[in-house]
Ligand binder design. Structure first.
Ligand code: PHE
Length: 373
């Protein structure tokens, strides 16, 4: 057994063994791949690893011995730890380099539009709406499609016995599928996002919330799933003038015409007071109805001043904060603007229909470049 320079062998290992262990381990690390590296780490530094065993011998040494061998053993541990880390980093960097070398795109190649597919009119109209309302300072909010009774109805001033519940043809989940004791349903409108926004965010609030909604209804103008967009503004001193201006500005931008005429008819929604239904005037051009003018009227959305009970339900003081809300069907807006007449075709996935009514993937609607793409 070779002696340490100070002549001892009492540590239970021999100096040549120590050097060999060091040299061999470092050499092995230098050639290891990632899997082998982990194996070496376990053999050297793991619970019953060689270097761990050496470290354990320190406890049985006299203070003098420990002073002599301690730094060597710790030095070995550090050298091996560092070598493993360095090798690992080098291997990972090399692997990343290799991946980057194979996964690349030539951004200068012209796009082959055929391979990109098209944008569905619903997505197109939602993008158009987001662009128009962003310009007016509205953020886009969202909420879950699986809602609870409270957000979809009660908080919106539609109590259990209210006839409006029956009107909504709600898809309820089975009674044994409650969440935190709450009965769940597929949201029947985007209005619950009003509640989710007001309970989460302090006024001033200016949001739109586009999304899917569900009602048990199906014919040429109704599908069980369709799309709505909600608008909500809450601040101090908001009145119906703000509502009318916002709707007029939005509809002019959306239909890209200045001769848009609105008619607000008194109506009823439990969550707004007063409530109105908005008609937009149309004229006839070559037998077709075209938005603009006032030869006839088409209903486009529901709106009103947010009911004070709804504001209260969200923990806000209705004497301090007022606001307006509106809601409309995105699919319906798309049909009016782009002249489709059967709503069911929207969800058939017929490629011929999509090719005809779809939009080019790279034509992003902007106010400056044209909302209609
Ligand atoms: N949620 C109503 C509907 O689905 C629309 C609406 C929204 C009306 C906001 C007024 C205010 O018919």
């Amino acid at each position: 057994m070779t002696k340490w320079p100070d002549g001892t062998t009492r540590m239970g290992f021999d100096v040549t063994e120590f050097d060999t262990l060091r040299a061999e381990t470092l050499a092995e690390i230098g050639e290891a791949d990632l899997a082998a590296l982990e194996d070496i780490r376990v053999r050297a530094l793991g619970k019953s690893g060689a270097i761990t065993a050496l470290l354990k011998t320190l406890g049985g040494m006299t203070p003098d011995e420990r002073q002599a061998k301690g730094p060597q053993i710790h030095g070995l541990r550090e050298a091996v730890t560092n070598a493993i880390a360095a090798r690992k980093a080098a291997l990972e960097a090399a692997a990343l380099e290799a991946r980057l070398a194979t996964e690349w795109l030539d951004m200068t190649l012209p796009v082959s539009a055929g391979r990109l597919g098209g944008v569905h009119p619903v997505s197109q109209v939602m993008d158009e709406l987001a662009e128009i309302f962003a310009d007016l300072g509205f953020a886009v909010a969202s909420g879950p499609e699986i809602e609870d009774d409270w957000h979809n109805f009660s908080a919106l001033n539609i109590p259990e016995t209210h006839p409006a519940r029956a009107m909504h043809d709600t898809f309820y989940f089975p009674d044994d599928k409650t969440v935190d004791g709450k009965r769940m349903l597929l949201r029947t409108h985007t209005s619950p996002v009003q509640i989710r926004t007001m309970t989460k965010q302090k006024p001033p609030i200016r949001i739109i919330a586009p999304g899917r909604v569900y009602r048990s209804d199906s014919d040429a103008t109704h599908t069980p799933m369709f799309h709505q967009i909600e608008g909500l503004v809450i601040d101090r001193g908001i009145h119906m003038g703000h509502l009318k201006w916002t709707l007029e500005t939005f509809l002019k931008a959306f239909f890209e015409r200045d001769d848009i005429v609105l008619r607000l008819r008194p109506s009823y929604f439990p969550f707004t007071e007063p409530s109105a239904e908005v008609d937009v005037g149309y004229s006839r051009e070559k037998g077709r109805r075209v938005i603009g003018g006032s030869e006839g009227w088409m209903e486009v959305l529901g709106c009103g001043m947010v009911h004070r009970r709804v504001i209260e339900n969200c923990g806000l003081d209705p004497d301090e904060y007022q606001g307006f809300a509106f809601g409309t069907g995105v699919d319906r807006l798309a049909m009016l603007k782009y002249g489709m007449d059967d709503l069911r075709a929207f969800f058939d996935g017929d490629l011929r229909w999509l090719k005809h009514y779809g939009f080019r993937a790279l034509d992003v609607p902007t106010l400056s470049g044209g909302i209609g793409a």
